[in-house]
Design a protein around this ligand. Structure first.
Ligand code: CAO
Length: 415
């Protein structure tokens, strides 16, 4: 069976995490992704956080599946000639260098358009146009400048970053959508275009409920936040602890074993529609009709007390038992799963969300597969390439270079 992006060729100048997540997704959908790396050096993540000496790190392998790797010094004269031919032969160029790096190589957008008017040129940068546009950015800088850190954590603690890579992988996802949208438009217009995704913008986009709350704050306290009714609100959205962020209050509650297991907890949502079921299961049937508890409005000032009462019940069950009791009652809840539990979860293996991949120098390892499932274009995860593994193959198959021409470029030190 063919893949959705069969025939699309991507010139992949990405490195670290944000750009590689984007091109990995496109590769999973069938695009031919040619990862271009500096000769002898490669993507810096190949050597970062290594668990096995001299073997590509998990950081690298988990972000570069289904790609081909070629080495090319794109600052070398002969390397630039090869790059120009690659720009002619590809549909999309993706990069996430520090601002201006491709311009400094001699390939600004205007030049790329001249070489190939159908080329889609897609970039991740830390910031969009403005005071910080020239800055280098990593994940947590984006989380901090996109509004996530100031609203994450507890009221009495510092701003906190989240473990989910919303700045990197979140931006990569946006860029991938921008690229396929531009490919779709090119079908009609025949022209390529510039696609930009800034990490600050992408984090803010994921924090929209906090911008919502900033505006609500002008009209009174945020009643679903743990600061209500006894704490203080300032003039900016505070950290909301484990409050739900939606219209249905929620909190993380202890389960049996919490004293020794850091993940013996469950997220519990007191959805209004199932309030009677919640009261029955925790043995508080009198709350169903009591006007002090019967409506969502009446409950808001008592959330701390209500969740403490529910926790007395959840502490008597382990998180899976609690889930098994609450789910049939349609009470929205979810156990706090450790990475160990997620890695071992059979249903995630069955759907390909967690996959085992074999690698020639590392052996078998676990990775995340494609979270987007297409019925006519299923993804098969194949291992990441070794540095420069496909240089000659690409120069021959994509650019039609002869052995003698390849030898000449190699002798010049351009590949
Ligand atoms: N041939 C020749 N030169 C190459 C090359 C190649 N194949 N590949 C890269 N280079 C050069 C670049 O041109 C650049 O040179 P100049 O500084 O002379 O322009 C140099 O290598 C270093 O690139 P860089 O500045 O992008 O890399 P860095 O490690 O210093 O910075 C990062 C890394 C991520 C901070 C920066 O790339 C960045 O801000 N990117 C945009 C935001 C982003 O994607 N961040 C996510 C990172 S994941 O948390």
């Amino acid at each position: 069976m063919g893949k959705a992006l069969d025939g699309v060729r991507i010139l992949d100048f990405t490195h670290v995490q944000s750009g590689p997540t984007c091109t990995q997704l496109l590769a999973w959908f069938g695009a031919d992704v040619i990862k271009v790396e500096r000769p002898g050096v490669g993507d810096a993540t190949r050597g970062q956080l290594r668990d096995i000496p001299d073997v590509d790190s998990l950081y690298f392998t988990m972000l570069n599946h289904n790609k081909r790797s070629m080495t090319l010094n794109s600052k070398h004269e002969k390397g630039k000639a090869v790059l120009e031919s690659l720009i002619k032969a590809c549909d999309v160029l993706v990069e996430n260098f520090a601002p201006g790096a491709l311009d400094r190589m001699g390939f600004p957008w205007e030049r790329i358009q001249e070489i190939n008017p159908r080329m889609i040129y897609a970039s991740v940068k830390g910031f969009g146009p403005g005071p910080y546009e020239d800055c280098k950015v990593y994940e947590n800088v984006a989380q901090c400048t996109g509004g996530a850190a100031s609203t994450t954590g507890f009221d009495d603690g510092p701003p906190t970053v989240t473990g989910a890579q919303i700045g990197d992988s979140g931006t990569g996802l946006n860029l991938a959508l921008g690229i396929v949208t531009a490919l779709f438009q090119r079908e009609r217009s025949g022209r390529g275009q510039r696609v930009m995704a800034a990490m600050q913008d992408s984090v803010l986009n994921l924090c929209r409920v906090k911008l919502r709350d900033q505006q609500r704050l002008a009209h009174g306290p945020l009643k679903e936040y743990p600061q209500y009714p006894d704490g203080q609100f300032g003039d900016a959205v505070p950290r909301s602890g484990n409050a739900s962020g939606g219209g249905q209050p929620g909190w993380i509650l202890k389960c049996k074993g919490w004293e020794s297991d850091p993940n013996a907890y469950i997220y519990f949502i007191t959805q209004a529609a199932v309030w009677p079921a919640i009261c029955k299961v925790i043995g508080k049937e009198e709350w169903i009709e009591d006007p002090e508890y019967a409506t969502p409005e009446a409950r808001l000032p008592k959330l701390v007390h209500i969740f403490a009462t529910i926790e007395e019940w959840t502490k008597t069950k382990n998180k899976v038992e609690a889930m098994d009791i609450l789910n049939p009652l349609n009470i929205p809840c979810g156990p706090i799963l450790s990475m160990k539990e997620v890695a071992a979860e059979p249903s995630l293996r069955a759907t390909g969300t967690v996959v085992e991949v074999d690698h020639p120098t590392r052996g078998k390892y676990l990775s995340v597969g494609n979270p987007i499932k297409l019925s006519d274009s299923p993804s098969e995860v194949t291992r990441s390439p070794l540095l420069g593994e496909h240089t000659e193959e690409i120069l021959k198959d994509v650019l039609g270079l002869s052995d003698a021409e390849i030898a000449e470029v190699r002798a010049a030190g351009a590949i």
